[in-house]
Design a protein around this ligand. Structure first.
Ligand code: SF4
Length: 375
């Protein structure tokens, strides 16, 4: 990685009252879009035209909608495409192939998304809530508390904006498409279940009703909200489920991830396994490696045993060096300790890949940018 740490200026726009975001075209189903267009006095087929501009051409700019009469497009865009996100700050690392954007929402709430370009894929990490109410001990977002849930359109807009950026060749390597989306930015996605599922539906719906992405390339993460995980298993959309476990024993996990006092390690793993059985999709176990906290070899052994108790071949482990939050005691494990942890998991037959820490120089841990701005 290249670049130097960037600190934000602390000026922030005036914050209005927190509230419900205005309804947007993307919040609507294809049928509702037709109703909305006709309510504005336009012909039903205009809905399809607008959907094509938005989902196929990734545009919400009336200037590009030249197949609609000017007055029509201005009226429809004004009525159905309220501005939901404003890019307040953009930071890059990795020679420009990692782009982090701090967005201001209509009411002054802040969220982040991170676009990462790799050799064979492009991945966008998106936020589903402004802040988060689950208070994980090591997480910058968790220290902020929950501001509010994002609407479907506020989440999809992060994806459209990244797709546009890639199509316009703004990320080094030439114009390309967005291939992967991970719900690993700010917030607990399953605590905003309805909007997140509606977002997934928009992402996988074939163009022009949606973005036409593959469900397999969409990862929904959770710290283990068991009832919602069980519900997700019944949706019939085979997204990848990532369970952020971070500890294999209840004692430590309840300290790190307070929601564990509600649903234990065993319950979370059982639910993840049920997801595999229902969907055939291998589940990812995320494990932030924290020095001297959760990185002991015995914990790797315990994790391997717990996963194998449910069966073989159903899970993949992703240890990830913790992105330290400035000023906190939490920091990443030593590389040798991490290697030993990985070796132990592999010895138990668990496929294990250390995830990279792209963007750590730009306050890559989710929530850090927004948290700093609030200081
Ligand atoms: S780790 Fe995830 S669930 Fe926990 S506080 Fe942070 S954003 Fe919320």
């Amino acid at each position: 990685m290249t670049g130097t740490p960037v600190r934000l200026d602390l000026s922030s726009p005036s914050r209005g009252p927190r509230g419900k975001p205005p309804k947007h075209f993307v919040d609507l189903t294809p049928e509702q879009r037709i109703d909305a267009v006709t309510e504005l006095g336009e012909k039903p087929f205009r809905a399809k035209q607008l959907a094509t501009h938005y989902f196929t051409h990734l545009s919400n700019d009336p200037a590009t909608m030249t197949d609609l009469p000017k007055a029509t497009r201005d009226k429809l865009v004004e009525g159905l495409f309220p501005r939901l996100l404003t890019a307040h700050k953009t930071m890059t690392a990795d020679n420009g192939t990692t782009v982090k954007t701090l967005w201001h929402l209509f009411d002054g709430a802040k969220v982040e998304s991170v676009l990462m370009r790799y050799k064979n894929r492009t991945t966008l990490c998106i936020s589903s809530q402004a802040g988060c109410g689950l208070a994980c001990a090591f997480c910058a977002t968790g220290q902020m508390g929950l501001t509010r849930n994002l609407s479907t359109a506020e989440i999809v807009e992060q994806v459209r904006a990244a797709g546009r950026m890639l199509a316009d060749g703004e990320v080094p390597g030439g114009p390309t498409r967005l291939t992967n989306v991970v719900f690993m930015g700010m917030g607990e996605p399953l605590a905003n279940y309805k909007s997140v599922m509606e977002t997934v539906r928009r992402l996988v719906a074939p163009t022009p009703d949606g973005l036409g992405m593959s469900a397999r390339n969409i990862t929904v993460s959770t710290v283990g909200m068991v009832p919602a995980m069980n519900k997700l298993a019944g949706e019939g959309i085979p997204v990848t489920l990532a369970l952020s476990l971070h500890a294999p024993d209840d004692e430590l996990r309840s300290e790190l991830v307070p929601v564990n006092t509600r649903w234990s390690v065993a319950e979370a793993i059982d639910s993840a396994h049920r997801y595999f059985v229902a969907t055939g999709r291998r589940v990812s176990i995320e494990y932030a490696m924290m020095r001297d906290i959760n990185d002991q070899a015995w914990r790797a052994d315990l994790l391997g045993e717990l996963l194998n108790q449910r069966g073989r071949g159903w899970v993949h482990c992703n240890p990830i060096p913790l992105n330290p939050v400035p000023g906190s005691k939490w920091t990443a494990s030593d590389p040798q300790v991490e290697q030993e942890f990985v070796a132990r998991l592999r010895a138990h037959g668990i496929p294990t890949t250390v995830r990279d820490t792209r963007g750590s120089e730009i306050d890559g841990a989710c929530g850090q940018l927004a948290a700093e701005e609030d200081e």
